[in-house]
Design a binder for this molecule. Structure first.
Ligand SMILES: N[C@@H](CCC[C@H](N)C(=O)O)C(=O)O
Length: 280
């Protein structure tokens, strides 16, 4: 068949074009990833997900951001791919290998999917920095008072700011500024977090390589860890992003971060490739 068959899925509106390279081999490169992710001239997505064979798990999942860069982790896509594999394998649990390691996805009540996202890596030393430092001060004229974020890696780098009201942060200005701060040579995903009266956490996310997204699973992981360490929650949190709710736990027994939430299939199709970005 000419073109690339795909399925479009999302977790809370964080959307993915999923291509199964095991059955339809495809070589993705930066311009092709950008072309597929383009919301006007392509299918449109926050991340392009390519499934490959794995000798450690049911599948290997490669993650391409909308800007054509590769990422080490994607929590929502892991839940989507988990749902696909569980449906196909008629099992309750599957293993998904990523560049950051093997993650287990299992079915939860109401069609939700739970993923064990593994152990976070904490502190600024875990996020590649342009220079050595113990604590980080980021001073942005547009946002005085949010100078001391937390750093968490979930296999990808996250910077977490705690603020009075996440909905009042000028995310479109501040997000790209922090993402591309010279302090982070590999750039960073950026979350703004405030605690609500009911104890839940409101989180607004600016994703590295994708911009503002309605939800980000690995950011939710980083947030529950950072909020626990700052004494805002006790290892569990309902996290409300623009697209809805994720239930998070930073499990005491093994320090793994557990994420549960909904997934959905939007549509499927075949990408007809324009000559300029023909796959090899
Ligand atoms: N949407 C994802 C995160 C995707 C990768 C991220 N933008 C990065 O570059 O690290 C999620 O649900 O975790």
């Amino acid at each position: 068949m000419d073109g690339i068959p795909f399925i479009k899925m999302h977790g809370l509106g964080n959307d993915f074009v999923i291509v199964d390279s095991r059955t339809s081999p495809v070589e993705i490169n930066e311009p092709l990833a950008q072309a597929i992710a383009n919301r006007r001239t392509g299918v449109g997505c926050d991340q392009l997900i390519v499934l490959e064979t794995s000798d450690k798990a049911d599948v290997f999942m490669r993650i391409w951001n909308a800007d054509g860069t590769e990422a080490g982790a994607c929590g929502n896509a892991t839940r989507c791919v988990g749902a696909l594999l569980i449906a196909g394998a008629r099992r309750n649990q599957v293993g998904i290998e990523t560049v950051a390691g093997v993650l287990l996805a299992s079915s939860a009540p109401d069609g939700y999917i739970t993923v064990d996202m593994g152990r976070p890596r904490l502190g600024w030393q875990e996020i590649p920095l342009a220079r050595e430092m113990d604590t980080v001060r980021l001073d942005y004229a547009a946002a005085p008072g949010i100078a001391t974020p937390a750093a968490v890696s979930m296999g990808n780098p996250h910077v977490v700011f705690f603020v009075d009201d996440a909905d009042r942060v000028k995310v479109e200005a501040l997000g790209p500024a922090v993402e591309s701060d010279p302090l982070f040579p590999e750039r960073a995903n950026v979350s703004f977090v405030s605690k609500q009266a009911d104890g839940a956490l409101r989180v607004v996310v600016w994703e590295r390589g994708a911009g503002r997204t309605p939800a980000c699973g690995s950011a939710a992981c980083a947030v529950v860890v950072a909020a626990t360490r700052r004494g805002l929650v006790e290892r569990k949190a309902a996290i409300w992003m623009d697209g809805g709710r994720l239930d998070m736990e930073w499990r005491a027994e093994d320090d793994h971060v557990i994420m549960t939430g909904p997934v959905a299939v939007a549509f499927s199709g075949v990408i007809a490739l324009p000559p300029r970005v023909q796959a090899a």
